[in-house]
Ligand binder design. Structure first.
Ligand code: G3H
Ligand code: 13P
Ligand code: ZN
Length: 374
């Protein structure tokens, strides 16, 4: 036997690489008993409860009953976080702070943990301790989900939607089994959205098959399910040839497939449903960007009245990222074009933050209906 194999002092079982690694870095300098790995993990992990965060379980139950949806806003920097918390405190809305794996790499996971704790304290300081969830968006491996759970996330998405059905079930179930040990909620996905997601992209939409949802939910134990009914990621959700044009030349996207949503609701009544790719790509923001040196062509999103209708159903989480990017970019471009001598980042990031906060307040109050639900 190679001498580097390390055995548990109590039961003599050979330790796995992970157990050896944790043993090596243990602050307590003890050999880990195989059976007590969970307690050991708890000692070295940051639980979301320590950060003052909540998981999404109760929020979703209330949202489904109340006919509204919780905003899931993506973030990766301070100004976005300030805008999200400012908007949700002012409207008294619960909120899901959503981080993609690309955003986590960009912002650094240690900083994110402290930013999330800071968000909880900041909300209190602003006068309303709104419920805050820290959620991994589009997790693509078990290891990524586990790492997020260990660093304070209260909710994770495992996106196995690009895998064959059985593999999606297997991967999702593995994440659920781990996450539920720590009271962390899990979002799964069935059906594929067109557009670019972090690490994965698809040119075409594959709508969710309603006949699969019951089996998927039962076999995996997920807490919520993202479905594909015609939304899409990014600012160019549809090609012009998929759209019609209004009299004044504005692109009108194909309507969402509410028939699929209704069929899904019939099969898993009251189960929390998630909509990704739900930005509306406001024409006025695209106009400001293009009038100030930008080049966004044929940008088109999901009309807000359709999202409002979805939020009144079992859809209880709505993901919005691109609209926030557009709002910030519009404000930054305009400020710099209007003030070419400006070089203090606060002078252009400040207006971007204000624009973003206004956009989020609008989403909460006029689209999702989650105001006064904190
Ligand atoms: O669904 C994708 C989100 O908009 C995240 O985008 O991966 O560029 O951070 P990102
Ligand atoms: P948008 O690109 O439409 O904002 O969608 C964001 C999203 O679904 C994040 O998971
Ligand atoms: Zn998404």
């Amino acid at each position: 036997m190679p001498h580097c194999l390390q055995r548990c002092r109590k039961c003599s079982l050979v330790l796995s690489n992970e157990q050896r690694f944790k043993n090596f870095f243990s602050r307590f300098d003890v050999r880990i008993h195989v059976a007590s790995l969970k307690q050991f993990e708890e000692r070295i992990m940051t639980t979301y409860k320590e950060l003052g965060l909540v998981n999404s379980k109760e929020l979703f139950q209330k949202a489904v009953k109340g006919g509204y949806a919780i905003p899931a806003f993506n973030f990766n920097n301070l100004e976005q976080l300030q805008a999200i918390i400012g908007a949700c405190v002012e409207t008294k809305s619960p909120v899901i702070l959503q981080v993609s794996s690309g955003a986590r790499k960009y912002a650094n996971s240690t900083l994110l943990k402290h930013l999330a704790k800071g968000a909880v304290d900041y909300a209190k300081e602003l006068g309303c301790a709104i419920p805050i969830v820290l959620h991994l968006d589009h997790g693509d491996t078990f290891e990524l989900c586990k790492s997020c759970i260990e660093s304070g996330f209260s909710s994770v998405m495992i996106d196995g939607s690009h895998h064959p059905y059985d593999k999606n079930v297997e991967l999702t179930k593995q994440v659920v089994e781990y996450a539920h040990k720590y009271d962390v909620t899990v979002e799964g996905e069935l059906g594929v959205l067109a557009g670019i997601e972090d690490e994965v992209s698809s040119a075409v939409t594959h709508y969710t098959k309603p006949e699969e949802v019951e089996d998927f939910v039962k076999k995996t134990g997920v807490d919520s399910l993202a479905i594909s009914i015609g939304t899409s990621h990014g600012a160019n959700k549809f090609k012009p040839e998929q759209c019609t044009r209004s009299a004044d030349g504005v692109l009108l996207p194909p309507p969402l497939r509410f028939d699929i949503l209704e069929e899904v609701e019939k099969r898993i009544p009251g189960f929390p449903i998630v909509l990704h790719g739900a930005s509306s790509v406001p024409a006025e923001l695209v106009k400001i960007i293009n009038a100030n040196g930008g080049k966004l062509k044929d940008a088109v999103g999901i009309p807000e009245d359709q999202l409002r209708k979805a939020a009144k159903s079992a859809v209880c989480k709505v993901n919005i990222d691109s609209d926030g990017r557009l709002a910030m970019t519009a404000a930054i471009r305009k400020t710099l074009v209007d003030n070419p001598a400006e070089f203090d980042p606060r002078k252009y990031l400040g207006p971007a933050r204000d624009q973003l906060k206004a956009l989020y307040m609008h989403k909460v109050v006029n689209v999702l209906g989650s105001n006064n639900r904190a």
